[in-house]
Design a binder for this molecule. Structure first.
Ligand code: FAD
Length: 287
């Protein structure tokens, strides 16, 4: 099923994101995670793609295919383009199609230090057009940034570029993580005014330790509300309390988002089924 159809059938979509095991860890480790996530019955699970766009790494395709066929849950494979040629992307698309993966989250990808970007794709919108024109039909999603992408001059420029992505064929968007729901609502209003009418899922990352959040924030630039930084300072030396507070913070964000009628919530699980389970159990009746 194409992901966009989920939004026609359901009131609010609840989805998860996982990443392939890090280098040197066997691929089987992800199946232990998925065994546990399966019981939580998400509407779909997406699988991230290595930033280098290395063709040698088939794990995203393998895991997205297993989610669909072994676990019976709809899946989406992330695919980046900035470090790939058209020929390489064509090979990945063929592999995804041959393995029965129906949905792609089409991304530019980050520029990798010491890796010269290839010339064929500059923006995700170009990848989206390329996928749409390829011989196999995929559901196509894109990424969006409630606080603007770090490369953009400002949020309006980013939203106008986002519109190009939707005009190119993205049928659904998933947002970057954020910790202040008001920023998301403000972004939604502007996106709708700009004529972006596809479903937009809110990306929620539960924070369970201070190091993790500092790394994420330095990568994506999400702003931290005062109540959030106070929470982190209070519990930074007490891992269990920090974990519980981080879970409660994410639950509060989700309750508010669903109450306000968002299209969906995409939980960055960090491959941690314990945390995904605690959050899902707290919010499942809302979906
Ligand atoms: P784009 O849409 O191309 O946007 C990048 C910048 O270019 C923005 O500033 C935008 O405003 C501008 N821009 C876009 N189109 C145009 C245009 N036509 N003309 C001029 N400027 C334009 N990274 C990975 O490596 N692997 C993953 O699996 C992965 N998954 C992600 C999942 C989600 C939900 C999100 C939000 C991000 C993910 N990322 C992933 C990170 C992503 O690759 C980076 O944020 C990357 O820097 C931008 O990707 P994009 O697809 O949003 O790029």
């Amino acid at each position: 099923m194409k992901l966009a159809e989920l939004f026609n059938n359901r009131k609010t979509v609840f989805s998860f994101e996982v990443f392939p095991p890090k280098r040197d860890n066997p691929i089987e480790t992800i199946y232990n995670t998925l065994d546990a996530l399966q019981d939580l019955k998400p509407d779909f699970i997406s699988v991230t793609y290595g930033a280098s766009g290395s063709l040698a790494d088939n794990s995203t395709c393998e895991i997205a295919s297993a989610i669909k066929h072994r676990y019976g849950i709809e899946s989406a494979a992330h695919l980046t383009c900035v470090n790939s040629t058209k020929e390489e992307v064509t090979q990945v698309l063929k592999k995804l199609h041959d393995n029965g993966v129906e949905n792609i989250l089409a991304l530019r990808g980050d520029l990798v230090p010491d890796v010269e970007p290839k010339e064929d794709f500059k923006h995700a919108s170009e990848l989206i057009t390329f996928i749409r024109e390829s011989e196999n039909e995929f559901g196509i999603s894109g990424a969006c940034y409630p606080e603007g992408h770090l490369d953009s001059r400002d949020q309006i420029e980013d939203i106008l570029n986002l519109k190009k992505k939707v005009d190119a064929g993205a049928q659904h968007l998933i947002s970057q993580l954020f910790f202040d729901n008001n920023l998301f609502y403000d972004f939604l209003d502007k996106a709708r005014i700009a004529g972006i009418n596809v479903p937009i899922e809110a990306g929620i990352m539960p924070v369970v330790n201070k190091k993790q959040i500092e790394r994420m924030v330095s990568l994506c630039g999400a702003s931290l509300p005062a109540k959030f930084t106070k929470m982190m300072s209070r519990y930074e030396t007490r891992p269990e309390a920090m974990r519980d507070a981080g879970i409660a913070y994410a639950v509060n964000q989700i309750v508010d988002l669903v109450s306000q009628g968002v299209d969906g919530v995409h939980l960055y699980t960090m491959n941690n089924p314990y945390i995904a389970k605690r959050i899902s159990e707290s919010v499942k009746s809302l979906f």
